[in-house]
Each structure stands twice: as structure tokens, then as C-alpha cells.
Design a protein around this ligand. Structure first.
Ligand code: PA5
Length: 424
């Protein structure tokens, strides 16, 4: 399902030299004895998840089927990026089933809020508000605006049928508000932090409302959990990737560019950036996660990668089979000089672009590259991939002696902003 290839990574140390540290960190992860251990619920979640709640999500989606064409998903950070990454990767950017997903609550732009309201005025809407704390300002602001929109459109009773809250099981203002209004509620487990939560109700409910097979996603994560149970660096790709990042960090590389090859993978890269950025970027440590989509960005960032400052390495996330393919058409008059590609599959062209660029960047540009190949863009593959990255991220942070599961730095902007907004 997922393979890591380190042959282009230009590692100056042997990955296997880290076995002892990796085994110790692995034990801390799976035995829940490491830093931030009360947020390690994601390790066993793919097998321990609440089956009853997953059933409720599927039943809710089934009971509402045909009654909506628009899903509003209100949340930010870990309560936003995973669902969006999954939906776009699995369904593509323009799915043919007529369900549009619109993400709100992930910023303060008045223009965006206004445009969404205008855009959905005549649509049939359901709204899923997602916040573990229940107090995140971006989410709360948008939720008040769109809750009122829903009540004006459907009346209090109608809105009640169409608003769902995903939050803490007992605490927080969102839980209290949802209970008071009678919204269906779904739980974000105490021991799973935002950026590790896409396979909980945080991601699963929006996915179910979009018709995605959430059982397949959970099965993918469960199989990855099984595949990575053994910390042996000869076999464990998640840990080989983590160690390769660590070695490249020690070789002086300050940034990692996650490269994708399909427009529908762009949000996976955004999700990845949050996972590693918020987990690893603390105590003056960490690799800056960045991203690019090729070949689009070969015509922008490509110049820098090839010949600019040697501060970054690439991690290439290549999906082998994205479902739809087509043959490049023939035109015997060849007015555009493109006849040499006639009859070739477009996926083949994309692959050759990837291979050519890999060779240009690593051989002539001297840029290290880690190649990750994923079989396809199914829900199962998404589930497998996220578990791979969770584990690699946890391992990276433990190797750096960092707590992966807090984000104290994020509070600083909130304090400054609240002072300016007049919040008590
Ligand atoms: O990863 C995290 O923990 C954060 O990005 C949170 O998900 C984000 O701040 C949103 O928090 P909440 O779900 O409490 O609204």
C-alpha cells in the first residue's frame, strides 16, 4: 500500500544506526510512556474506536440522504484540515455526485463569509461544527453566523435536524449549546489531539455526509497499525522515514518540501504541514514543513529547488493509481508538435514528469529526496497513509526529545488578539 524509498535521500549516516533510539521511542509510543502520553489515544484508535458512534454517523448520513446538496464544515486546524484533505484526495475536486463541501470557520475573512452565504442561499444545507475545546474564536464566530443563517432558512426545528456538533463528550460551551438546542453530538476523545483526530468523528462525520466509505478508512489505519508494530528499521517504513528526516536535519537541511502530483492532493500537503509543523516546531527545533504540487510548481518554485540555496530536501508523495485515466488524443496534422504523445496514458506522462524531475533535482540540483509511493487514492489508502504520518511524526519528535502533542506557541497570538478584541 505504501513504500518508502531512501535511495535518493543522500543520507550521510546509516538509518540502522538509530535502531536503539527508535526501539526505545517506539516503546514509549505504544506503551504510552513518552512525553504527552495522555494524547496517545490515536495509536490504538483504529482498533479501539467507538463502533456504536461510527454506526450513528452512517445512520445519520443515510437518514439525511437526498435532503442536502451542501455540507458546511465549520472548524480550524486539526478540526478542519484532515476532513478536507480526505474528501479532496478521495473524491477529487469536482465530484459528480452533486454534493458540495464548503469549509468555514478557518479564518476571519468577512469577504469569504459573505461569499459563502450568497453561494448557499438557495442550496439545501447541513452544518457540522467541530471544535474540541468548543471555544476556538474562528469556529465560534462562523458558527454563530451560520447557525443564524440555518435558523432563518429552516426555522429552529428544521435547523435542529441539520446541525451536528462534534466536540468534547462533556465539557465546553459548544457541548452545552448543542445539548440545549438539541443538536446531534459526536465525540472527540480526550486522549486524541486535533491534528491526530481525522479518523475520529472530526473527519468521519463530514466524510460520511459526503458518501465516503469510513469503514474502509478505519481499516486502512488498522492495517497500517499492524504493519508498523515491529520497530525493526529494516522493515518499518514509518520509522525509516522518521530517521531519514532526522539525519537530514543533522546534515543541515532546514526545510522539507512535501511534493504531490495531483491537484486533489494539495490539501493532504496542508494537513501534513500542520501535523509536522505544530508537533515538531518547538524548543527552537524542527524542520519547516513546506509543500509544492508538481508540475504546477515546477514553473514557480522549481527554479529555487534546482538552483537556489540548499536548505531543503524533498519528500515526494506519489499516488500510483488515482482512478481515472485517459489517452492523449492523436491529431495527424500535429499542429502543436505534441503527436509524440498520441495514444499515451496521461498517468504515464505524469509519472515521467515525476521521474525526470526526481533526476533533475537529485542529480544536478543535489537536493535529497525521499520517495513515498502510495498505491491509490481510496479511503483505505488515506487511512493507511495518515497512520504512517502520525507514527513517523511521533517518532521524529521523540527522537528530538519534543512533546509532539502540545502547541504552546499557538496561544501567544490568541492572547495578543484577545487583548485587542476586548475579550475578558
Ligand atoms: O492540532 C490542534 O490541536 C489544533 O490545530 C486544533 O485542532 C485547533 O486549534 C482547533 O481547536 P479546537 O478543535 O479546540 O477548536
Amino acid at each position: 500500500m505504501l513504500k518508502v524509498d531512501l535511495q535518493y535521500a543522500k543520507l550521510q549516516k546509516d538509518v540502522l544506526d538509530y535502531q536503539e533510539q527508535v526501539t526505545a521511542a517506539h516503546n514509549d509510543l505504544v506503551n504510552k510512556t513518552g512525553a504527552g502520553n495522555d494524547f496517545l489515544g490515536w495509536v490504538d484508535w483504529p482498533v479501539d474506536y467507538d463502533k456504536e458512534e461510527v454506526k450513528r454517523m452512517k445512520e445519520l448520513a443515510a437518514s439525511m440522504k437526498g435532503k442536502y446538496d451542501t455540507v458546511l464544515v465549520c472548524g480550524i486546524g486539526g478540526s478542519y484540515l484532515g476532513a478536507r484533505a480526505a474528501i479532496e484526495m478521495i473524491k477529487g475536486l469536482y465530484p459528480s455526485d452533486g454534493i458540495e463541501v464548503i469549509f468555514i470557520g478557518n479564518g476571519f475573512s468577512p469577504n469569504y463569509i459573505h461569499q459563502v452565504k450568497e453561494h448557499i442561499a438557495d442550496k439545501e444545507v447541513v452544518l457540522n461544527v467541530i471544535s474540541k475545546s468548543g471555544t476556538t474564536t474562528e469556529t465560534s464566530l462562523a458558527f454563530r453566523i451560520f447557525r443564524q443563517f440555518m435558523e432563518e432558512k429552516y426555522g429552529k426545528e428544521g435547523a435542529r435536524e441539520r446541525i451536528y456538533a462534534t466536540t468534547d463528550k462533556a465539557r465546553g460551551v459548544l457541548k452545552a449549546q448543542a445539548d440545549k438546542e438539541g443538536y446531534a453530538t459526536f465525540v472527540i476523545p480526550d486522549d486524541i489531539g486535533g491534528r491526530y483526530s481525522v479518523s475520529t468523528a472530526v473527519g468521519l462525520l463530514p466524510l460520511a455526509l459526503c458518501g465516503i466509505d469510513i469503514d474502509a478508512l478505519l481499516k486502512g489505519s488498522a492495517d497500517a497499525r499492524e504493519a508498523y508494530r515491529d520497530p525493526d528499521l529494516k522493515k518499518n517504513d514509518a520509522y525509516r522515514y522518521a530517521v531519514a528526516r532526522r539525519i537530514l536535519d543533522q546534515q543541515g537541511y532546514q526545510a522539507e518540501m512535501l511534493v504531490t502530483y495531483e491537484q486533489q492532493m494539495t490539501m493532504v500537503a496542508e494537513w501534513f504541514k500542520q501535523l509536522f509543523g505544530e508537533s515538531e516546531g518547538k524548543d527552537g527545533k524542527g524542520i519547516l514543513p513546506t509543500s509544492a504540487c508538481f508540475s504546477t510548481d515546477l514553473h514557480s518554485l522549481g527554479q529555487f529547488i534546482q538552483q537556489g540555496r540548499k536548505i531543503l530536501f524533498e519528500t515526494l508523495l506519489y499516488v500510483k493509481n488515482v482512478g481515472t485515466d485517459s489517452l492523449f488524443p492523436s491529431d495527424p496534422e500535429n499542429p502543436d508538435g505534441m503527436e509524440y504523445l498520441a495514444g499515451k496514458e496521461l498517468s504515464w506522462v505524469n509519472r515521467k514528469m515525476m521521474e525526470g524531475t526526481l533526476s533533475a533535482h537529485t542529480e544536478e540540483g543535489n537536493v535529497p529526496a525521499i520517495l513515498i509511493e502510495l498505491d491509490d487514492n481510496s479511503a483505505y489508502a488515506f487511512g493507511y497513509m495518515i497512520y504512517f504520518f502520525f507514527l513517523a511524526c511521533g517518532m521524529t519528535c521523540y527522537l528530538l526529545q519534543i512533546n509532539p502533542f502540545n502547541q504552546p506557541g499557538v496561544e501567544v497570538y490568541k492572547k495578543k488578539m484577545f487583548a485587542l478584541l476586548g475579550k475578558e
